[in-house]
Design a protein around this ligand. Structure first.
Ligand code: E4P
Length: 216
């Protein structure tokens, strides 16, 4: 499973990219809205020039025509841009359009395996099932990833599964074991993945032993 980061904050992206683990970035209108005073297209360009991988920028139109217009503007920003579309009939019309034009798409707000199958058949490069939001309403987000992964394997579907709405480190392990190709992860959760008390204790021990050897 690969890591994408789920943020529009450039400092977070730069820092996580420097760790060598990032294969892409996803944004959504809520994440962009948090970055006050930032021009959406300029920010996407900045990210796409830094990160060697897919950078999802989401449309906000509700009709296919508007989504296609917005998506074409986004795709023109940089070859790394992936057009993020909602899982609606209009979204899938736009998805088909971009598939035919060879532009990558990420169909978002997936909450069932059937939605994922439809998006894949409309030519989506990626589908984004939302784990955390399903868990929030008492359903099993990880189980959804497992179903989609099995369905795609049986039918030899090449669309990649992005585990989205990740809330904690356990989601990462569970999504990887359930067959997600990618986890798009908030910066805070990426930081948490480093943490283990035995790692800290181990470093302390090594440094203490080294200091003794140096006679300090
Ligand atoms: C996916 O691409 C979305 O940006 C994201 O993962 C949504 O997560 P949330 O449920 O934490 O808003």
């Amino acid at each position: 499973m690969k890591f994408f980061i789920d943020t529009a904050n450039f400092d977070e992206i730069k820092e996580a990219y420097s760790w060598g683990i990032l294969s892409g970035v996803t944004t959504n209108p809520s994440l962009v809205a948090k970055e006050s005073g930032v021009n959406f297209h300029d920010r996407l360009r900045e990210i796409a020039e830094l990160v060697n991988g897919s950078v999802s920028g989401e449309v906000i139109s509700l009709d296919a025509e508007g989504m296609i217009r917005e998506g074409e503007e986004l795709a023109a920003i940089h070859p790394n841009i992936t057009v993020k579309l909602p899982m609606t009939p209009e979204g899938l019309k736009a998805c088909k359009h971009f598939y035919e034009k060879g532009i990558k798409t990420n169909v978002t707000l997936i909450f069932s395996a059937n939605q994922a199958l439809m998006a894949a058949r409309a030519g989506a490069s990626y589908v984004s099932p939302f784990l955390g939001r399903l868990d929030d309403i008492g359903q099993d987000g990880v189980e959804l990833i497992r179903e989609i992964a099995e369905m795609f394997a049986i039918h030899e579907i090449e669309t990649e599964i992005i585990a989205a709405s990740i809330r904690h480190p356990q989601h990462i392990t569970q999504a990887a074991l359930a067959g997600a190709h990618i986890a798009t992860t908030p910066y805070k959760v990426l930081q948490q993945l480093f943490n283990h008390p035995l790692t800290d204790k181990g470093i302390e021990g090594f440094l203490a032993d080294w200091a003794k050897r140096e006679g300090k």
